[in-house]
Structure formats: C-alpha cells, structure tokens
Design a protein. Structure first.
Ligand SMILES: *[C@@H]1O[C@H](CO)[C@@H](O)[C@H](O)[C@H]1NC(C)=O
Ligand SMILES: *[C@@H]1O[C@H](CO)[C@@H](O)[C@H](O)[C@H]1NC(C)=O
Ligand SMILES: *[C@@H]1O[C@H](CO)[C@@H](O)[C@H](O)[C@H]1NC(C)=O
Ligand SMILES: *[C@@H]1O[C@H](CO)[C@@H](O)[C@H](O)[C@H]1NC(C)=O
Ligand SMILES: *[C@@H]1O[C@H](CO)[C@@H](O)[C@H](O)[C@H]1NC(C)=O
Ligand SMILES: *[C@@H]1O[C@H](CO)[C@@H](O)[C@H](O)[C@H]1NC(C)=O
Ligand SMILES: *[C@@H]1O[C@H](CO)[C@@H](O)[C@H](O)[C@H]1NC(C)=O
Length: 339
C-alpha cells in the first residue's frame, strides 16, 4: 500500500521550471496575421490567436497582446478587440486613428458588446480554452485596419517584439515569420479564398518566467491511516504572508473578491502553505488489480473563481486510468516514460 503513496511524485497545476513544459512539449500559442486586403495607406488584417496547449488555458482577466511597429504605422480601427491606450494622435486632423502608439497593447472585448463591434471568436474577455480541453473555444480573433504602412507584400514590414500576457507573465514570443497564405473556405464550402499574405508568431510558456514558486501543493491521506500529510509549510513561498487574508476577515468583502488582476497577483487566504491551490490526494482503495483515489482541489485565492480549470497530474501508474468520476479526463503522453 505504501507504494501507491510514495509513487505520487508530482502533481502539476501550472508548475514546472523549464523553458518548455515537459508535460506538453509541443504546446504553444500561435498568433496568425492574415492580410485580407490592401488599402490606400496600409492593410486590413485578421489576427487569430490559437491556443495549441493541451491543458493551459488563458483565464480571466484574459490575454493582453503587444507588439512594436516596424515603421510609423497607426491603427485606424479594430473590430472584436481594442487597444488599452490611444496614444498621441494630435498630428491627425479630421479622421483620428484608434491608436497611434509605437507599441500598442491590445485586449479582447467583453461579452455582450454591440453586434457591429463583434468579430468571429471575439469578445470573450480574453478567455481562451486549451486545445486539449475544447478546440472550438481555443481560438480568439479580431480584425485590425492599419495605416501609414506598406501597401503590398513587398513593402509591408512585419510588427516586431510581440509580447503576450496570458494573464500575467510566462509567455515568450518569437519573431513574426511569413508563412504560406491561409486558405479560407466559404461557409457553404463551395469556394476557397486566400489571404494576400500571412505571418505567424509563436509564443511558448515557461513556468520559470511565470513565477518563482509553485502554484499549488499536494496533501496526502489514505484509507488505512488517519494521519493527513499536509502541504509543506511555505510550499508556494511565503512572500505573500504579510498580505494574506484571514478566512473570517471583513477585509474579504472590501478587497474585491473574484476580481482578478492583469498581473495575476493573488490575494490569498492565510494558510501555512500559502498556496493559491491545494490538491488533496486521498487513496480510497488499493487492490492488486486496481486502485482508486479521490482528488479534492481547493482554491485559496480570493481573486479567482478558476472556472474552466484543468489539473495536470504526473504519476508513474496512470497509464491505465479506467474510470474518472465527475471530471473529464484526457491522458497526456508526451513521452513513453511519462504519463
Ligand atoms: C505549435 O503547436 C502546434 C500544435 O501542437 C504544432 O503543430 C506546431 O508545430 C507548434 N509550433 C511551433 C513553432 O512549435
Ligand atoms: C500558422 O498558424 C496557424 C494557426 O493559426 C497554423 O495552423 C499554421 O500551421 C501555422 N503555420 C506555420 C507555418 O507555422
Ligand atoms: C507577393 O504578391 C505577388 C503578387 O502580387 C506574388 O506573386 C508573390 O508570390 C507574393 N509574395 C509573397 C511573399 O507572398
Ligand atoms: C520589447 O518590448 C519590451 C516590453 O514592451 C521592451 O521592454 C523591450 O525594450 C522591447 N525590445 C525591443 C527590441 O523593442
Ligand atoms: C500513520 O501515518 C503516520 C505518518 O506517516 C505514521 O507515523 C503512523 O505510524 C501511521 N499509522 C499506522 C497505523 O500505520
Ligand atoms: C465568480 O463567481 C462569483 C459567484 O459565482 C460571481 O459572482 C463572480 O461574478 C465570478 N467572477 C468572475 C470574475 O468570474
Ligand atoms: C487496462 O485496464 C483494463 C480494465 O482493468 C484491462 O482490461 C486492460 O487490459 C488494461 N490495459 C493495460 C494496457 O494494462
């Protein structure tokens, strides 16, 4: 029986210190720009963000995308998203651009905006599911109309230095690369159209960049012993200890419960482990033929609801999970030795 417990070697809820995620080595977020028309002073592009990660979604308060223009481009208008700042458009008379900043910062619109401001896959407050969770909601897109830019595939300059908060730090984006133009199928599937030019930007996640400490801890118990092995003290670092909130505190209602911050800064309930999430692993049965555990996930972060969550578990003996109750389960088999 001991074997099962000591075999629980790592439970991961977004916690790995590597440049990529060993549980999802091919995971990335790809941002595709399709130029759909050239205009007298620039172009109109459809920007599509696809979250190709197996289990890491972009949760509330959503993504923030930034880049640096290569020339003196301006954004005349956007549909399905907006920049957070307009910047200095004082040299424009009459028609004023949506954004004149050299480094625009774009966010998704909130659900329920008027129909004429919507675009396909937009307006979800920047929340994007993981591919392994729901491919149909793993995409976010918007349309942008750019001026003072190149007006052909020979003169256009690709934006540089892409940044993605998903939310909070963690993603590193590579340079934009021209790729074969996207082919679109019309809704009736009887005609194909093609982007005039397409470039892709790929962003990958690194736990090391996201935070110094783990984001969750694991406590253990079993049917044959009353002792609960708790999460280690300061399992997630203790730097938040001065700002934590006692569970009976009146401050909870004052500090904005369930209002996440863009930088992902948590507001924790005071615990000895100081983790936003505790995963409890209780061994209920342990037979020769099979074993069964009950997993309980507890949220100690007052800023988050954690709807749409995923829990990734690495265990040497999960290669034949036969039944999962109350949750959807998907095996991740990045390598033969890891499941
Ligand atoms: C991004 O992820 C997709 C799906 O896993 C994969 O096909 C593609 O090669 C990845 N792109 C890069 C640049 O790693
Ligand atoms: C560009 O990104 C799209 C996802 O939006 C992907 O399907 C396509 O394979 C990517 N192209 C290349 C060459 O990476
Ligand atoms: C640019 O456009 C011309 C036609 O206008 C086309 O022949 C050429 O292949 C395009 N180049 C790229 C890199 O898309
Ligand atoms: C890229 O963007 C980051 C953040 O906006 C900025 O600190 C950095 O200086 C930029 N680098 C270049 C080469 O523009
Ligand atoms: C229960 O677990 C604790 C802590 O591992 C151990 O000290 C104790 O001996 C165990 N009791 C029994 C009855 O196995
Ligand atoms: C979180 O859940 C509470 C209660 O269900 C709800 O009132 C609140 O709007 C939710 N907040 C977010 C950010 O989803
Ligand atoms: C997985 O478990 C099922 C039911 O217990 C069994 O029939 C099957 O042979 C097992 N597969 C492997 C690869 O062990």
């Amino acid at each position: 029986m001991r074997v099962v417990i000591s075999a629980v070697c790592a439970i991961v809820l977004f916690s790995y210190a590597a440049a990529y995620d060993p549980l999802d080595p091919n995971g990335n977020i790809t941002i595709k720009w399709d130029v759909v028309s050239w205009t007298p002073d620039g172009y109109v592009a459809v920007v599509t963000m696809s979250n190709f990660q197996m289990f890491r979604h972009i949760m509330n308060p959503g993504w923030t995308l930034g880049w640096t223009w290569a020339k003196k481009e301006v954004i005349w208008s956007m549909v399905g998203a907006q920049t957070t700042e307009q910047g200095d458009c004082s040299k424009f008379k009459g028609n004023v651009p949506h954004c004149c900043k050299k480094t625009p910062t774009v966010v998704d619109l909130l659900p329920g905006v008027p129909y004429n401001q919507q675009f396909s896959n937009c307006c979800k407050g920047g929340v994007v599911a993981a591919w392994g969770q729901d491919p149909s909601s793993a995409v976010s897109s918007f349309q942008v109309s750019i001026g003072l830019a190149g007006t052909s595939n020979k003169t256009v300059k690709l934006p540089k230095n892409f940044t993605l908060l998903g939310p909070g730090p963690g993603y590193t984006c590579g340079p934009a690369k021209v790729v074969p133009s996207t082919v679109f199928l019309t809704p009736d599937k009887r005609r194909k159209t093609q982007a005039l030019m397409t470039w892709n930007v790929t962003c990958t996640y690194s736990q090391f960049l996201a935070r110094k400490n783990p984001g969750c801890c694991v406590s253990l118990s079993s049917f044959y012993n009353e002792t609960i092995t708790p999460c280690p003290t300061c399992a997630c670092g203790c730097q938040n200890r001065r700002n934590c909130v006692k569970s009976d505190s009146k401050r909870i209602n004052m500090v904005g419960i369930h209002t996440p911050k863009k930088d992902n800064e948590p507001l924790l309930q005071c615990t000895h482990h100081m983790c936003p999430i505790r995963v409890h692993w209780h061994v209920k049965l342990n037979y020769k033929d099979y074993w069964r555990v009950k997993v309980a996930v507890t949220n100690f972060n007052y800023r988050m609801n954690y709807s749409l969550w995923t829990l990734a578990v690495q265990h040497p003996n999960l290669n034949n999970v036969t039944q999962v109750f109350s949750f959807d389960y998907k095996p991740l088999l990045p390598y033969e030795s890891i499941s």
